[in-house]
Design a protein around this ligand. Structure first.
Ligand code: SAH
Length: 255
């Protein structure tokens, strides 16, 4: 049987599945705070853009650990609605604003931001393309902090190589990605690998109950069934091959 490619998964369905979860990609509050530790303290005049924010798990970590104003952007209207409701609920609506938009066509001013943040989203427009394009929206000496799928080793078993080449054709090693940061106009400040619990406890485990509920709701819908099969395969492959890849935080400073 031919495996479903990530590119064949219906955006509406994936969106419906994930917006009910606390986060939409691997990560954790602890690791976001660790990344923030490499960045100058952001005062109340500072501005952050959180790109591909989803429902805003990390947006609120940033809000609670800086004094900055944050604009969070995502293509998904339902995610942005959730984010803005949560901002009101937490009394943060004056500092946190979600907007619908695309990461490759930003509605911002040149040199507007002190920090651009993006967890698990840049692959949608490309690592090098994103770094290049986003740079214009950063002030001089401002920071970028991104998580991105990366190879840990020079060689990988064919099965996992094939999976990732399909999902993220540009996937590469940490060393290569650091050189891309350098080439696109940033000083590489730090990189670190997200611990396994960012995938297991914070990404795969919360999906389990949601998968069952989702299959029940969409019983007989082949596209929905294929999507859940894809997500389960992603988890199985992670368990099997996690020594070869993971998410890496890349922190850079604009030259
Ligand atoms: N940062 C969140 C969400 C990561 S999932 C977290 O770590 O939990 C990736 C997000 O990117 C999804 O919410 C998806 O809707 C969004 N996305 C995909 N393509 C996009 C684009 N071109 N512009 C903006 N957002 C996009």
């Amino acid at each position: 049987m031919e495996e479903t490619s990530v590119h064949e998964i219906d955006f509406t369905l994936i969106n419906e599945f994930f917006t009910e979860l606390e986060r939409q990609g691997p990560g954790s509050a602890q690791e976001s705070i660790r990344a923030l530790g490499f960045i100058n303290h952001l005062t109340s005049n500072a501005k952050i853009a959180d790109l591909g924010c989803g429902t805003g798990y990390q947006t609120f970590v940033l809000a609670q650990n800086t004094e900055a104003s944050i604009t969070a952007l995502d293509l998904s209207t339902s995610s942005i609605d959730k984010l803005n409701k949560k901002a009101v609920h937490l009394g943060l609506q004056n500092r946190v604003k979600g907007i619908v938009g695309s990461m490759d066509s930003l509605p911002f001013q040149k040199e507007e931001f002190d920090l651009i943040w993006s967890e698990g989203a840049i692959a949608n427009i490309g690592f090098e393309k994103g770094l290049n394009y986003w740079k214009d929206f950063l002030k001089k000496d401002a920071y970028i902090a991104i998580t991105y799928e990366s190879w840990f080793t020079q060689e990988r078993p064919m099965e996992i190589e094939k999976w990732w080449k399909d999902a993220v054709p540009e996937i590469n090693t940490i060393g290569h990605n650091v050189s891309i940061m350098q080439k696109t106009g940033y000083i590489p400040v730090a990189t670190f690998i997200l611990p396994e619990t960012c995938w297991t406890d914070h990404y795969f485990v919360p999906q389990k109950a949601r998968q069952v509920e989702f299959l029940k709701k969409h019983a007989g819908n082949k596209t929905a069934e294929d999507m859940i099969a894809f997500l389960r395969r992603e988890e199985d492959l992670y368990a099997k091959y996690k020594q070869y890849y993971g998410y890496v935080f890349y922190i850079g400073k604009k030259l």
